[in-house]
Design a binder for this molecule. Structure first.
Ligand code: TIU
Length: 224
């Protein structure tokens, strides 16, 4: 077991059975002209999470540990997009509308792809998810079970929407979950901070949170 100095206490994870789960690091959320911008957000707030996530990805790849990438995405005919989701609010463009990077959140469109820095490598699991949570209407649970994965380390965007939703889904399915603080971001910094506090409160009601340095320190120690 590798022990990471985390809140509310140490997060202990088995080396080969802990997946890095990178949530929705797509151009549509991170770059101008995509879905996140269509909702009126300042997308530049998400950039800070890219390099820390890349550092985690390098650490997992170097050890040959499992990596999961998710994409919030829909079929071109939007058959997996409930009208309640598409018609919510008064965005500049809706899911499926043509934007600067193609149709918003539609699989196969440029904006739907993961940013180049974090592009999935061969053999890594890629989950297309129609919801905010990565377990809803996806094969994620089966993919994790097939590999004997019991622990999940989370990165990605946005903290209080798709990351927190997926952590809660994972928690209810019996996974031990850690969120790496610098590797996640929100369009609302105060929501990121609040989401982390919600996760670790009450003895870790949803899971654990730790700074990137604590993860790196534990991994370096385990390698010695
Ligand atoms: N991936 C994800 O978090 N989807 C969102 O729609 N997030 C927002 O914060 N809007």
């Amino acid at each position: 077991m590798i022990a990471i100095a985390a809140r509310p206490d140490a997060f202990r994870m088995p080396a080969g059975q802990t997946a890095l789960v990178i949530i929705d690091m797509q151009r549509d959320f991170i770059e101008p002209g995509g879905f996140g911008a269509s909702l009126g957000n300042d997308v530049s707030l998400l950039e800070a999470a890219l390099l820390p996530t890349w550092q985690l990805l390098q650490a997992w790849r170097a050890r040959g540990w499992p990596v999961v990438h998710t994409r919030e995405s829909h079929a071109p005919d939007l058959s997996d997009c409930p009208p309640a989701k598409r018609e919510r609010g008064q965005p500049g463009l809706r899911i499926g509308d043509a934007g600067a990077m193609g149709r918003l959140l539609v699989r196969g469109e440029p904006g739907c792809e993961i940013v180049p820095l974090l592009r999935p490598a061969a053999g890594e699991i890629v989950i297309d998810k129609p919801g905010k949570g990565a377990f809803h209407a996806t094969p994620l649970q089966a993919e994790l079970q097939a590999r004997g994965i019991t622990h999940l380390v989370f990165a990605g965007v946005t903290t209080e929407v798709c990351v927190q939703t997926t952590m809660r889904e994972a928690n209810d399915r019996g996974y031990e979950c850690l969120l790496v603080e610098e590797a996640t971001a929100s369009y609302f910094p105060e929501f990121k901070a609040a989401a982390i506090e919600m996760i670790v409160a009450q003895g870790g009601i949803v899971g654990w949170a730790a700074p990137l340095a604590a993860v790196q320190h534990a991994l370096d120690g385990a390698a010695e």
